[in-house]
Design a protein around this ligand. Structure first.
Ligand SMILES: O=C(O)CCC(=O)C(=O)O
Length: 242
């Protein structure tokens, strides 16, 4: 399934393709999300059992893939009844990620600053621009260039962004997001509450071969844009406070 950008933008324009699903399932994508080396690393980072919060494929096509504004993932996930920022993401490079094709940019140490307010600006929901500018005066940002198969783990309060893909090469990446089991959201949202994650050995990735969603009967709960309320609730707040 392909949808308009949903977690980070309101989807006013299709600047990149994004597919997002809530449960890992048993395809090759699910094996990446459930494999021991990734899940055990997330558990070390979050200091305890984690569950799968969702996964997504970001497909920035050559010359067309758009930019993501500076944001913290917890800036959106906060809206989903998640009480603490004990979540992290594993960004897996499918293609080489370079400055030219819009690799991730992160502000060093920004995960220690706490949650920054997120607002809608134009068609993007992002972190308060004045605060981001002040943070950038004190802390550098770095381009995270990666080779295929490299994985970047990052905290849900890390400020990150990416530029458009101006190169003639695509940049696809898969991002698996995990929440600490002890941080079960207090209310229902479009992302799951605690659901036990069944880990698999890393060898399951090769064993799954090219098993794709079409070859599986498991319901991974695709998230369609209209069901993603994170950015929508920011919109409501912006309206309420203005
Ligand atoms: O990989 C990218 O270009 C941006 C992804 C991102 O910011 C996110 O998924 O929150």
């Amino acid at each position: 399934m392909t949808t308009t950008p949903s977690d980070g933008t309101t989807g006013a324009a299709i600047l990149f393709r994004l597919s997002l699903w809530n449960h890992p399932g048993d395809t090759i994508y699910g094996m990446f999300a459930r494999c021991e080396s990734i899940v055990n690393s997330a558990e070390r980072i979050l200091d305890g059992e984690v569950y799968h919060y969702h996964s997504k494929m970001i497909m920035k096509d050559a010359k067309t893939g758009g930019a993501w504004a500076w944001h913290q993932d917890y800036g959106y996930w906060y809206q989903n009844g998640v009480l603490s920022p004990d979540l992290c993401s594993a960004s897996i490079a499918v293609d080489p990620a370079t400055r030219e094709n819009g690799c991730l940019q992160v502000i060093e140490g920004s995960h220690l600053l706490g949650r920054v307010d997120h607002v809608l600006t134009g068609d993007q929901a992002g972190a308060d621009k004045e605060r981001v500018a002040a943070i950038l005066e004190r802390s550098p940002f770095v381009y995270v260039e990666m080779d295929p198969g490299d994985v970047l783990f990052f905290h849900s309060n890390l400020l990150h962004a990416s530029a458009e893909n101006s190169s003639d090469k695509p940049r696809w990446s898969m991002i698996c997001c995990y929440n600490a089991a002890r941080n079960n959201p207090y209310k229902e949202s479009h992302h799951p509450r605690y659901t036990p994650l069944h880990k698999v050995p890393d060898s399951a990735i090769l064993e799954a071969g090219l098993k794709r969603f079409a070859d599986s009967t498991e319901d991974v709960a695709w998230l369609e844009d209209k069901k993603d309320q994170s950015a929508r609730s920011l919109e409501h707040q912006a309206t309420k406070h203005s």
